[in-house]
Design a protein around this ligand. Structure first.
Ligand SMILES: Cc1cc2nc3c(=O)[nH]c(=O)nc-3n(C[C@H](O)[C@H](O)[C@H](O)COP(=O)(O)OP(=O)(O)OC[C@H]3O[C@@H](n4cnc5c(N)ncnc54)[C@H](O)[C@@H]3O)c2cc1C
Length: 117
């Protein structure tokens, strides 16, 4: 049985997979702890992802790179020179680790702003 992601509170998600896309970019797949959450969003939306670094929760926005309605969420993150969260994710986040995530948001998406043709 699957549940929809609702509300405006962060949920705890677990990294279930991590793939290297290029020398400075990785994709991570996230699922909820019971793997019963269905991730519904509008293509083009993003989430605010929270990772704990040196005891402090840091949130950054990342666009969703998976398709709507899966039981996982994929994000694709590129290293930013000197950046705290992107470097942490590329270098240190591992499958099995947990993160915090706020529900999908963003008005600039393909449903609310469909292509003209
Ligand atoms: C809607 C949205 C969607 C996004 N989607 C994606 C996505 O899909 N993939 C993706 O990779 N990114 C995405 N981003 C960017 C992402 O949110 C982060 O901004 C990015 O990962 C950098 O975060 P960071 O913590 O690594 O860098 P930060 O630590 O925030 O640093 C950013 C820059 O500022 C510099 N800096 C930090 N502190 C200081 C200081 N005190 N003095 C001087 N310079 C400083 C750093 O060196 C670095 O160059 C998105 C952003 C938005 C707004």
């Amino acid at each position: 049985m699957f549940f929809e992601w609702q509300g405006n509170q962060p949920v705890t998600l677990r990294c279930i997979d991590k793939n290297t896309e290029t020398h400075d970019t990785v994709s991570i797949k996230l699922a909820d702890l019971t793997e019963s959450l269905l991730f519904q969003f509008k293509p083009g939306q993003f989430i605010n992802l929270g990772v704990e670094i040196d005891g402090k929760m840091e949130f950054r926005a990342y666009s969703i790179s998976s398709t709507n309605g899966e039981d996982y969420l994929q994000l694709t993150i590129k290293r930013v020179e000197g950046g705290k969260v992107s470097n942490y994710i590329v270098d240190s986040l591992l499958p099995g680790d947990t993160v915090q995530a706020l529900p999908p948001t963003g008005d600039f998406n393909c449903i609310d702003h469909p292509p003209a043709t």
